[in-house]
Design a protein around this ligand. Sequence first.
Ligand SMILES: [Fe+2]
Length: 285
Amino acid sequence: MDAENTRPENAEENGGGGISRKTLLKAALVAVPAAPLLVGRATAPASAVTDGPLPLTPACDDGDAPTIEQIEGPYFKPGSPLRTSLAGPGTPGVPLTVSGYVFGRSCRPIAGALLDFWQADNNGAYDNTGYTFRGHQFSDAQGAFRLTTIVPGLYPGRTRHIHVKVQAPNGPVLTTQLYFPGEPRNNTDTIYNPALLMTVRTVGSGREATFDFVLNVNAPNPSPTPTPTSTITPPPNGGGTWQAGTNYRAGDQVTYGGVTYRCIQAHTAYAGWEPPNVPALWQRV
Ligand SMILES: [Fe+2]
């Protein structure tokens, strides 16, 4: 497909609305990324920390509605590789990073959430035979994700966008799309929704975008926090049918260390993600 305008010359800040509890929490996460979250207690920007403990966090009622769903479109392809980077230094196109957090309705971050991204290349074409510009990753212990890619090219009938599926462990799949501010076609694309605008800024010759997902998962955060690998003692007899490099589907069963596990999130397995290590992915049967 032909690309029409592959460079957003007027990328601009998406101002958004007022400061929400989610925004405050994110600021705290950025300020002290290694600090454990206090369950049931609000966190705040570093500047406010000296004011003493904050009151308990009520339900998330300040506009942090779940991220809206959008159509999957015809180009989703299951089984994408596990990777956070879809492009390298030699990849044609404008370098782009997309980063942010995955939250639940409680405004607390969700660790181990699956994010599966797919997009068009610089010329507006999808790779439907391979997995170019397709990849999945998991949010970290703070609920953060980061995607390295390029600004997707345009194709007929659509404005510029990135597709994504987001799923908390054991949660429903959110299928949606992310958009770029300042795009002329935003005004004519009937699928486009401004609620899904990323905040985009120009840095050097590239773009840095941010977006936070809010999943329809109720508090308290039901996602098991992945146990730090450093504290894991592998079973003495690892082995079994589990194998790194395998694409597992939800419902698949494997054995590891003499124990049977059921896959609860589709993923590509790799060393260090043995079933006992990643409760976000495997459940003992
Ligand atoms: Fe698309």
